[in-house]
Structures are given as C-alpha cells and as structure tokens.
Design a protein around this ligand. Structure first.
Ligand SMILES: Cc1cc2nc3c(=O)[nH]c(=O)nc-3n(C[C@H](O)[C@H](O)[C@H](O)COP(=O)(O)O)c2cc1C
Length: 432
C-alpha cells in the first residue's frame, strides 16, 4: 500500500514550508477554498473518516453538528497524545507539521471556523517548537491570517502547550485547560460541538484525523472511502511497542490482519518468545491474546472482539512477563492520572491499585480476584469521562482471560511473603 500521511515522511526538511510546498503542500487548501464550504464538508463525510484519537467518531458527522450561523466557533486540535503506547502524532508533527496546519485550515473552512488552537502536551517541546516555526511560516505565506490565500476567509491558529496531564487529552478536560482552568472533564451533554471552548461551538479532532483531511480532498471523499474496509476507511498510523523486534510507527490500510502488523511490520517478539497478550488500541483497550492475531485490524472487528482500535497503539507483551506485572503498570498509571472529580474513577482506580498491591505483597486470596473484577464492572459506564473505564476495561479483560495465571500469582506471592497457606487461613475467605 502506498502511504498517504507517511509518504515522504523521512524527506529531510519536510518540516519546512519550502520542501512541503515542493511536494505539493497547500495545493489542497487552494483546491478546497475554490469549492463551496458545504462541498468540502461533504467530501469529508463521504470519506467515512473516523476519528483517530480514540473514539472513532466520524469526522464529517461531528463537523456537521456545529450550528450554522454567525457566532464564534472554534477548532481545537488534540495533540495531547498521552495514551500509553501512542507516539504517532509526535512523529507526524515533528516531520510534517504543515500537513497538520493544512488539514486544520481546510477543516476550518469546511465548518466556517475562524479561530483554531493546537493543544500539545507539554513534554513535546521539540514538536511544539517545530510547529511554532511552521505556523509562523504559514502566516508569512498567507496560509493563515486575515484572508487566507486572498479568499476573504480569515483564520488564526494558536499553539498552546499543556503541562503534562493525561486527563487534558480528554476533550472537555482539554477545553478547560485551554481556558486557563484546571483540566477537569465536563458533564456531557452539552457536547463540545454545541457548547465547547468559551461556550462556543467547537470541533475537536486528533492530529492524525486533521492531517488526513488534505488527502481526502486530493483523492475525493468517495475514492478515499475505497481504501480500507467498510466503516473503517482509509489508512491508520499504528504505534507498535513492547516486545517486538522493530517497534515504531507504521501506516497501514485498515482491515489488514493484525498479525501482519505485529509480525510482518514490527518483526514479532524476539526469537524463542511468544506473544502472551496484546493491547490493540493503547493501554486502555481490553487485551487480546495470541489466538486473536488473525483478527482484521479495523474499528468494527476490534469492537466485535470486545475491544477497541482506540488510538492505534499496539502494545505487545511476550511470555517473559506475568499478567500481574502488566496489570500493575496499567493500574498505577490510571490511579495516578485520575483527576478525582468523580467518585467512581477516583475511588475505583485507587481501590484497584491497592488491591493489585495486595496481590503482589502476598496478602490476597483467589477470591480477591472476584472482588477486583466486580469493582471494574462498577466503574465502567459510571464515570464523568472514560478515564475510569480506561483502567477498568483492560483490568477486567485480564482477570477474565488469564484467571488461572492470576490465581497462581496470588499463591506464589503468598508463598514468597510467607503468608499462611490458604488451607490454614480458611481457603475462599476473602481478606479485607
Ligand atoms: C482520559 C482520556 C484521554 C484522552 N487522550 C487523548 C489524546 O491524548 N489525544 C486524542 O486525540 N484524543 C484523546 N482522547 C479522546 C478525546 O476525548 C476525543 O475523543 C478526541 O480528541 C476526538 O478526536 P477524533 O474524533 O479526531 O479522534 C482522550 C480521551 C480520554 C477519555
């Protein structure tokens, strides 16, 4: 497959306007501005492009929710990229910042937006600097500013750096942070498309989603939709990490077998080792096992398998690791990052953290695994945003799929700690 987003990505100087223009950069903005804005929006809708940030919501539909009329509307590009295992937006922004700016400008034109922001995670200093330089070049060349390309369409674009909080990647936490408040999620509805930044209608999209827009305009929405599979059109950047021989970012056509990504592109685990489990869409996705390696990698196939494609971050864990080790890392992250605004997430993530610690320190019984699983079911669907679910879903899946191994871990930890054997402690009685 010929890459779209990553085509020429390693060309030296592609981050500069001169090289980007030589590669045909900003021609699609020119083409879009010559079309009625409704037609541009229609192309995006026809492409079937689904959000690349996690939820997979169709971009055209989301942009279509913005009310018509003359009120101030905003676009916010989500460049927070904090989901563990995800590092595709970083490479994209670092190597081809103008592709993102062009995508933002086209999307703003389509949705009649004149003020845009890029919210970038604070740790991405280099990428932030590169973007700032690219934005300055785009202003100087007339791709941003009072009347872009003499079209009369004004567009201002501001880069805003976050301070390093996972919750600020959640779209409404991001908006609060951008407004200068503590980044906490808001109750939804109202959704940002109706009431977002400064209470105005706001289109929020991920970096990769927006960087895809120039390619949609180049190919035409219908032709873009021919790539990939039904309801998962186009290409996707996947970040493959963990126990593989060639970790990195790859652009794939949606719907190819997952095995082709994990083994074909990323080289699979080291010789002599086997895949034990893998996260298909970042650490918040329910885990899959080696039996699932032939699943097509697309939104619906992953959902049918009880998990999700998420941000496209595939984390591979081989048989040298215990499931408890993996669970412990996941839980620690989410307990640390919970913003504390809602009870099920604040208490649930911290309870889970304590329970996992109890298993590790040899104080638990196998029945505590039931309690662990039950706490997860009480978190899912009950939080203000899905940060709580983001821990509960993978943890629940690990208990369900690796119960015998976890029971053995409980026993082994008890032995290591010298905790009285379950027979003398009264097997089956949970210790609280
Ligand atoms: C806790 C949490 C963290 C998130 N972090 C990110 C992130 O870093 N980047 C991102 O694009 N989306 C993230 N999302 C998803 C956003 O809320 C939102 O769905 C996305 O930016 C929409 O863009 P898209 O439709 O183009 O995918 C996060 C969601 C949650 C609940």
């Amino acid at each position: 497959m010929k890459p779209l987003i990553f085509d020429n990505i390693d060309e030296p100087g592609l981050n500069t306007l001169a090289v980007y223009e030589r590669r045909g950069g900003y021609e699609m903005l020119r083409k879009a501005l010559a079309m009625p804005r409704e037609a541009v929006l229609q192309e995006i809708s026809d492409s079937g492009l689904r959000g690349r940030g996690g939820a997979g919501f169709p971009m055209g539909m989301k942009a279509g929710f913005l009310p018509k009329g003359d009120m101030p509307k905003y676009l916010t590009c989500n460049a927070d990229e904090s989901e563990p295992g995800t590092f595709k937006d970083r490479e994209l922004m670092q190597k081809s910042p103008h592709m993102l700016i062009e995508g933002i400008a086209i999307a703003c034109y389509a949705a009649a937006i004149t003020q845009a922001f890029i919210y970038i995670r604070g740790e991405y200093r280099l990428q932030g600097d590169i973007l700032e330089a690219a934005i300055a070049e785009a202003y100087a060349a007339g791709y941003l500013g009072d009347g872009i390309l003499d079209s009369g369409q004004p567009l201002s674009l501001v880069l805003h750096r976050g301070a390093g909080a996972y919750i600020c990647g959640e779209e409404t936490g991001l908006l609060d942070s951008l407004e200068g408040k503590r980044g906490n999620p808001r109750l939804k509805p109202p959704f940002p498309a109706i009431q977002g930044l400064y209470d105005g209608p706001t289109l929020i999209n991920n970096v990769e989603t927006l960087a895809t827009v120039p390619h949609v305009i180049r190919l035409g929405g219908k032709q873009y939709a021919e790539i990939g599979v039904e309801r998962s059109s186009g290409t996707k950047l996947v970040s493959v990490s963990g126990d593989v021989q060639r970790p990195g970012n790859y652009e794939i056509e949606l719907g190819i077998p997952s095995r082709e990504i994990i083994f074909g592109l990323a080289g699979g685990p080291q010789p002599g080792r086997e895949v034990k489990l893998w996260f298909p869409g970042g650490s918040s996705s329910p885990v899959l096992t080696r039996d699932d390696l032939d699943l097509p990698y697309d939104f619906d196939s992953m959902a049918k398998a009880g998990t999700m494609l998420g941000s496209g971050a595939i984390i591979v864990v081989d048989d040298t690791h215990t499931v408890l080790e993996v669970m412990s890392k996941v839980v620690k992250f989410y307990a640390h990052e919970s913003c504390g605004k809602c009870v099920p997430c604040r208490e649930g993530t911290n309870w889970t953290h304590k329970m996992v610690h109890r298993i590790e320190s040899g104080e638990a019984t196998p029945m505590d695994l039931d309690l662990l699983a039950s706490v997860q079911t009480q978190i899912i669907g009950n939080c203000l945003c899905v940060l709580g679910d983001a821990m509960a879903m993978p943890v629940g899946s690990m208990v369900a799929k690796f119960r015998p191994e976890l029971e053995a871990e409980v026993e082994a930890a008890r032995e290591r700690a010298g905790t009285p054997s379950l027979a003398s402690a009264g097997a089956g009685v949970p210790v609280h």
